[in-house]
Design a protein around this ligand. Sequence first.
Ligand SMILES: Nc1ncnc2c1ncn2[C@@H]1O[C@H](COP(=O)(O)OP(=O)(O)O)[C@@H](O)[C@H]1O
Ligand SMILES: O=C(O)C1=C[C@@H](OP(=O)(O)O)[C@@H](O)[C@H](O)C1
Ligand SMILES: [Mg+2]
Length: 174
Amino acid sequence: MLTAILIGFMGTGKTTVGNVLAINTQQQQIDLDDEIVSAAGKSIKQVFAEDGEAAFRQLETTVLKTAFKRNGILSTGGGVIESETNRAVLEATEIPIIFLKTLPTVILERLTGEDAAVRPLVGQLGPAGLTRLWKKREPLYERISDLTILTDELTPEEVSERIETFLVQKSAVN
Ligand SMILES: Nc1ncnc2c1ncn2[C@@H]1O[C@H](COP(=O)(O)OP(=O)(O)O)[C@@H](O)[C@H]1O
Ligand SMILES: O=C(O)C1=C[C@@H](OP(=O)(O)O)[C@@H](O)[C@H](O)C1
Ligand SMILES: [Mg+2]
């Protein structure tokens, strides 16, 4: 089964930390963006450009549901909480949900160069639009998570260590 689900805005480190956590705990990492790319047979940028964001969101729901049948650490995409169906799936699960929280100023510093190029919404929305989207999504991440980690001043390794401690404590009481 899945042992942890990482959620949070773009650039909070879900993919990077999920990779560290999977290595440290000797598990597989499943990244929903990679699953979407495999299912679509093209990049996220191409899916947005050729099929639109709605088509991307449909694929995201499909790969989210499939991921629940697999084992390992699940890194989601920042928009996974946009869909009511996805929110219901995430609210219903017993699997620990970790919210990686990063302030918009830090996110904007991280999402430059290639990190901006692969995320269509970064170019579409610009800094002000991304900050608005961050404010809209923030309570949705907060509501469905079991642990919030402010990543602004932590390395991915430090974030992973905090998650590992939380998971160990949680399994001790369960
Ligand atoms: N804790 C961190 N400190 C500094 N940089 C980070 C941290 N977490 C991620 N990054 C960097 O931010 C960028 C986006 O990280 P990524 O893991 O792809 O985020 P997400 O999957 O949440 O969108 C990458 O360049 C990554 O190296
Ligand atoms: O927040 C979003 O709507 C998105 C986040 C991205 O994933 P990351 O959060 O891993 O960047 C990716 O799914 C797509 O570009 C849309
Ligand atoms: Mg990612």
